[in-house]
Design a protein around this ligand. Structure first.
Ligand code: ATP
Ligand code: MG
Length: 448
């Protein structure tokens, strides 16, 4: 049922006048003369609300309230009470009614209450749809959340690469999910039974990387008291994840290249070769072409690593996924905290969409965790920003602009980048759409 309001009253006159004033305001109404019939037409998937008179022959409005809440505890029910029936109305609010309106009432009074109830209802239904969607997904879709076409494509490529044994290079800015991608490559591969061993090439001093990767024999260097297995050996039969490969020292790059080609290692201080069966997955924050041109990355290693590439777009280029990702992190928080957590209202969502997310998904995850604790939307750096976009301080114009940007991005994603479908759906001219995309810096490239 696609009606906004289910209106129940046994008095035809009242039904008619309430219906007219709501419909004039663009709200669709379906009228019923009895509570029984109204309830039969309702189910929890509907983004509809109830307005009901209290005193009716047969089932009363308060009984309808109970039954409706039993079907869906989050459905707003507005009761219309007789003059002076305040104690009963207060009891109804305690029992879960959304609002009550005393007869006789002005049309605006009803309208204001209905608008607020509808907004709340839509949020609930939208969030449920998001939640259902999240819970019905595969392990890969649950850990690499996103409906944006670029992310869908990434998951497809990841799945097909996982089945091969070739080395893979992952490219993505900080916090975009490179490690998530690497782990999924491992888990979906025939090597899933082996170890996934991560090593951060940027965090280790040059002198340690070598023994970290290849291990050493006792006495190989000062301090090497006992022989030690390196990460390559530890990853034997599994996957070795070389994070921040762009910051690996040049000398190590040469040794790595040799290992990649020969699939054998020699521990420091040893001369015996050990055959190694690993798949190497490397990650970089920066296109390796740059470091190659600067002479800090070996070109031959670059070609060796970049046979199979997975590129993760920054979050600002897939803003339509922000609500879904945020909801996903809120749900994770709710599970961790073992309680319900707040949900963002449309203005707060607009705030999330407006931000550029230099820290990408990790930054969004942190903001979601604080939001789940009841701290509201706290985005670092926003206050220093001249265009500070804070709920309390943003002007109406700024809030509307953020909302407009969100709508454009969502609509483009829905239309899968088809401009024509998009401007038709939004009811604007082609030129208006292009102008607006330009205004918000949205390019069609962001969409695939
Ligand atoms: N698409 C996604 N869906 C759900 N969670 C995600 C997604 N992308 C990233 N995350 C989460 O965001 C956080 C950062 O991801 P990850 O550590 O994989 O990023 P990274 O690219 O390796 O970052 P860095 O470059 O800083 O090492 C993690 O908690 C991860 O679970
Ligand atoms: Mg990482």
């Amino acid at each position: 049922m696609s009606t906004d309001v289910i209106l129940v009253d046994d008095e035809p006159d009242l039904l008619e006048s309430a219906r007219q004033s709501l419909e004039l305001a663009g709200i669709s109404v379906t009228c019923y003369s009895s509570a029984e019939k109204a309830l039969a037409a309702f189910s929890p998937v509907h983004s509809t609300i109830f307005i009901s008179d209290v005193r009716m022959p047969g089932m009363s409005g308060t009984e309808l309230l109970d039954r409706a809440l039993a079907i869906d505890p989050a459905v707003p029910v507005i009761l219309i009470t007789g003059h002076g029936d305040i104690p009963m109305a207060i009891q109804a609010i305690r029992d879960g009614a959304y609002d009550f309106i005393e007869k006789p009432f002005a049309p605006e009074q009803l309208l204001g209450s209905v608008r607020r109830a509808l907004e709340r209802r839509r949020l609930v239904v939208d969030n449920r749809a998001l939640r259902d969607e999240l819970s019905s997904r595969s392990a890969l879709e649950r850990s690499l959340v996103g409906k944006n076409p670029a992310i869908e494509k990434l998951r497809q490529r990841l799945t097909s690469f996982a089945a091969t044994d070739a080395d893979v290079l992952i490219l993505g800015e900080t916090g975009t999910g490179k490690e998530v991608v690497a782990r999924n490559l491992h888990l979906l591969s025939p090597r899933a039974g082996g170890n996934f061993v991560a090593i951060n090439c940027g965090a280790l001093p040059e002198t340690i990387i070598e023994s970290e990767l290849f291990g050493h024999e006792a006495g190989a260097f000062t301090g090497a008291v006992k022989a030690r297995q390196g990460k390559f050996e530890f990853a034997h039969g599994g996957t070795l994840f070389l994070d921040e490969i762009e910051s690996m020292p040049l000398e190590m790059q040469a040794r790595l290249l040799r290992v990649l080609e020969e699939r054998k290692i020699i521990r420091l201080g040893a001369n015996k070769e050990i055959p190694i069966d690993v798949r190497v997955v490397a990650a970089t924050k920066e296109e390796l072409r740059g470091p190659v041109d600067r002479g800090v990355f070996r070109e031959d290693l670059y070609y060796r690593l970049s046979v199979l590439n997975l590129v993760i777009p920054p979050l600002r280029n897939r803003k339509d996924d922000i609500p879904l990702l945020f909801e996903n992190f809120l749900q994770n928080s709710a599970v961790r905290l073992k309680r319900e957590v707040p949900r963002p209202n449309p203005a707060e969502l607009a705030l999330l969409i407006a931000h550029a997310w230099p820290g990408n998904v990790r930054e969004l995850e942190n903001v979601a965790m604080r939001f789940a604790l009841g701290l509201g939307i706290e985005i670092a750096g926003l206050s220093e920003d001249n265009r500070a976009f804070n709920l309390d301080q943003a002007t109406l114009h700024e809030q509307l602009a953020a909302l407009e940007e969100m709508i454009l991005r969502q609509s483009l994603a829905r239309c899968q980048g088809s401009m024509k479908a998009c401007y038709e759906q939004l009811g604007v001219s082609r030129k208006t759409l292009y102008d607006k995309l330009k205004k918000y810096g949205i390019s069609a490239d962001d969409l695939d």
